[in-house]
Write a protein that binds this ligand. Structure first.
Ligand SMILES: C[S@@+](CC[C@H](N)C(=O)[O-])C[C@H]1O[C@@H](n2cnc3c(N)ncnc32)[C@H](O)[C@@H]1O
Length: 367
């Protein structure tokens, strides 16, 4: 990642679209990278009919590779570098060669181009009822929101999910930063969304799992059958919510902790996310039998969650160590004879001609 240039927001000058737009030096410069595309993903279909594939390559190349095979995943989760301008080191307990990676600054022109081009390609390839979840923190999420609004349209924004965790150190000069953001976009009026799959009994504390008596202002009562309920009257109607009824989570998730140093789930890969978090994403935004995509897959957490929940998966990462770690993790989970297929997009055989249509509109013809 080069091109250290500051991003800034400028209003669009032409047309009737007055939405703000992020611009940065280099945004209009064409990409110099080779542009691999299309062989078939068929080799990644396991005997049980599920797709299991791992791609070593840039996220943009991986998206075009998958798109060329047809049938693009209906759920894509992305956990790109957060734009912190540091190297993300592997856990000291699990240090492994290559398990760290460089994270550019969120204002770096190449970083913004990576997000922009990735989102633009996904907006082109994803089925309309599909879901895109982009996981960042407060560093790059504002830029990502603007780029997602631009590429998917502001109406496609569904939720900003706050993943709040209590663990880790305390800051001295600011309030401690204890949350990540998951941006959910879908263009369909009725996206593929399964809140019942992640619902929990209302009377259980989402953090400790214990029973709780008070969690909102509603009146507690007991109905004719002896069941504890909460009631509220609004606009002349009486609403009754049984305590043991199920409620889907809101947009603040504080019941999933980060991985502890000695957590058995740890692979040693820097910034590995807990599988519980990805299990919730996969269950809420896809159905069994769907294929889930993750083109910054790191240690393969999303893919592992997809495997356990009966989904297919296709993952990709630029770091060969990530692909190795993910492959080992998934081979241990997959049924006999269903280890993921692997592709390397830096192989000459995979390099086709660049297509102008693979660049966002403002960049076409300017390489
Ligand atoms: C935050 S980590 C993902 C961690 C992952 N969710 C996990 O649980 O292990 C971001 C990943 O993006 C990868 N990456 C960085 N630039 C990339 C690019 N241009 N294309 C694909 N992957 C990239 C890094 O190698 C790193 O593995």
């Amino acid at each position: 990642m080069g091109g250290m240039a500051a991003g800034r927001i400028s209003p669009r000058r032409s047309g009737d679209d007055q939405a703000p737009r992020l611009v940065w030096p280099g945004r209009r410069r064409g990409s110099r990278r080779p542009e691999p595309v299309a062989t078939s993903l068929a080799a990644g279909v396991s005997p049980d009919g599920r797709t299991r594939g791992l791609i070593h390559g840039d996220a943009r190349d991986a998206i075009r590779f998958v798109a060329a095979a047809g049938g693009f995943p209906a759920l894509v989760y992305l956990d790109p570098p957060f734009g912190t301008g540091t190297t993300r080191w592997a856990s000291a307990f699990h240090a492994r060669g290559g398990a760290s990676f460089a994270d550019p600054r969120a204002t770096d022109g190449d970083y913004l181009s990576l997000l922009h081009e990735t989102f633009w390609l996904l907006a082109r390839e994803m089925p309309p009822a599909g879901n895109l979840i982009v996981h960042l923190d407060s560093t790059a999420a504002p830029a990502a929101r603007l780029l997602l609004d631009e590429t998917f349209g502001p109406a496609a924004f569904r939720n900003e999910i706050v993943w709040h965790y209590a663990s880790g150190g305390r800051a001295r000069r600011t309030l401690s930063r204890k949350h990540d953001l998951l941006l959910w976009y879908s263009r369909a009026r009725r996206p593929r969304f399964f809140p019942e799959a992640v619902a929990r009994p209302r009377h259980r504390c989402p953090v400790c799992g214990g029973e709780r008596r008070a969690w909102n202002h509603l009146r507690r009562a007991v109905d004719d059958t002896g069941r504890a309920v909460r009631t509220v009257r609004s606009a002349g109607r009486l609403y009754v919510y049984p305590d043991d009824g199920l409620a889907s989570p809101g947009d603040v998730w504080s019941d999933i902790s980060t991985l502890q140093q000695k957590d058995p789930e740890r692979t040693g890969y820097a910034t590995q996310k807990p599988e519980r978090l990805l299990a919730r994403v996969v269950a809420a935004f896809s159905a069994p039998g769907d294929t889930v995509g993750d083109f910054f897959c790191g240690s393969g957490t999303t893919l592992a969650a997809a495997e356990r929940l009966g989904r297919g998966f296709v993952g990709g990462d630029l770091n060969p160590a990530a692909v190795e770690i993910a492959a080992a993790r998934l081979a241990a989970l997959a049924p006999q004879g269903a280890a993921p297929a692997r592709w390397r997009l830096d192989q000459p055989a995979e390099l086709p001609r660049r297509r102008a249509a693979d660049l966002p509109p403002a960049r076409r013809g300017q390489s």
